[in-house]
Design a protein around this ligand. Structure first.
Ligand code: C5P
Length: 406
């Protein structure tokens, strides 16, 4: 497991996002990390030391002046006896204390005494985050070498207010922890992946084509996220306006048939993630020359024929990758259609989303997905497409590790 043997000192400070720290503890431990929690007084108003202790299977340190806590390890050892200190959530108040070197409780004393890397996951009201004082403190802490993950844009749990201030999701935080502890984390090292992305263009004649609104953002982000985890990634991209992702071999195609050929020719692979919005139909016989408009003549009929289903081809291929992931862009019955697709296409996971125009997902930067597998359905919150990609890449790495476990 990627975090086996790693000791994380988790400082939970007092904000509503503290409830997410419970999930964070679980996510860290399931990757092999040992989690030792410290809670501020305010944090205990949001989650109980009992819950934190049970999930971490550790003593919970709460008090600088407790003889029991001090006799157990003492704040200096607590500060040093770990591979990384993670502050999640990090409140504006704790950031201010850190920036100024204050140490009037256990959390701030540990942070002042440590010589370990420190990662902060701030969470606060957007106004507090935007306040010049917080901005100064952040700049000071960054100059001091402290790492940050988030905060993210989104709705605040307590007020429903929108803006930047939401704590990063637990899996993003885990991914940041992995990156800091091992700048070259390679849970997918030695694995090969094929990703499709973008739309396809199906020619009517040399200048006209049938297309769709796919931007390629989600597929490109997934290719980049898999590469970051060490996979050798080939991205087969339809025509898009966004740049090729770094660290990935990108093959550019136009038509569904070209995309199918590019994908199949790169099998075998360990992972296939088919994100492209492949056109279901193409023009049966596209014209070699531009079709001329003739005055007084009726518009030419367009005879369509079915395109190859690339996901289905890969899902049933004799060189089927170990993990096959498809997407299901639906405007109704998202879950039922997703489940049906899982079976029909021979996929292990279907990432289902509602692409009704009012969601703004198609062509937008955010995504709200449900992960459908043979084990059940998991709904993810509304996330940036990069965050969806990071989570999906980690999920794929976990599944692949399970698949190939002795
Ligand atoms: O059937 P539908 O198009 O909704 O299925 C979506 C999934 O199948 C996506 O993962 C998409 O990339 C893939 N697909 C494909 N080839 C097609 C149509 C869809 O790979 N011709």
């Amino acid at each position: 497991m990627v975090l086996s043997g790693k000791r994380i000192l988790l400082i939970i400070s007092g904000g509503i996002a503290a409830y997410k720290s419970l999930d964070l503890i679980r996510r860290l431990r399931e990757r092999g990390a040992e989690v030792r929690p410290v809670m501020t007084r305010a944090a205990q108003e949001f989650v109980t030391p009992l819950a934190v202790g049970a999930l971490s299977a550790s003593h919970v340190y709460v008090d600088l002046f407790s003889r029991e806590d001090e006799q157990d390890v003492g704040h200096i050892r607590l500060a040093r006896d770990c591979d990384l200190i993670l502050v999640a959530p990090a409140t504006a108040d704790l950031m201010a204390k850190m920036a100024h070197g204050l140490a009037d409780d256990l959390a701030s004393a540990v942070l002042l005494a440590t010589n370990r890397p420190v990662l902060l996951a701030p969470a606060m009201n957007p106004q507090m985050w935007a306040n010049p004082a917080t901005r100064r403190n952040r700049a000071t802490l960054e100059a001091d070498g402290r790492h940050f993950i988030g905060p993210m844009a989104g709705e605040m749990a307590e007020s429903g207010e929108a803006g930047i201030g939401r704590m990063a999701e637990p899996l993003e935080i885990v991914s940041a922890v992995i990156t800091i502890l091992d700048p070259a984390p390679k849970p997918l090292a030695g694995r090969t992946a094929i990703v499709t992305s973008g739309p396809t263009h199906e020619p009517i004649d040399p200048v006209r084509y049938i297309a769709n609104r796919s931007s390629g953002r989600q597929g490109h982000a997934i290719a980049a996220a898999l590469a970051k985890l060490g996979a050798d990634v080939t991205l087969v991209s339809g025509p898009v306006t966004i740049p090729d992702p770094q660290g990935v071999t990108t093959v550019h195609v136009e038509r569904a048939e070209e995309m199918r050929d590019a994908v199949v020719s790169r099998l075998p692979a360990d992972i296939a993630v088919m994100v492209a919005a492949v056109a279901d139909w193409r023009v049966a016989s596209s014209a070699d020359q531009k079709i001329k408009k003739q005055p007084g003549e009726a518009p030419p009929p367009l005879q369509l024929t079915e395109n190859p289903d690339i996901l289905k081809t890969v899902g049933h291929h004799e060189q089927r990758p170990k993990i096959v992931v498809g997407f299901a862009a639906e405007t109704q019955n998202v879950e039922a259609n997703g489940r049906a697709k899982l079976e029909r296409k021979g996929a292990d996971l279907i990432v289902a989303n509602d692409v009704s125009p009012e969601t703004g997902i198609m062509g937008g930067t955010r995504n709200s997905v449900r992960i459908i597998s043979h084990q059940g359905v998991e709904a993810w919150p509304d996330l940036d497409k990069d965050e969806v990609a990071t989570r999906l890449a980690l999920l794929i790495a976990d599944k692949l590790a399970e698949e190939t476990a002795p």
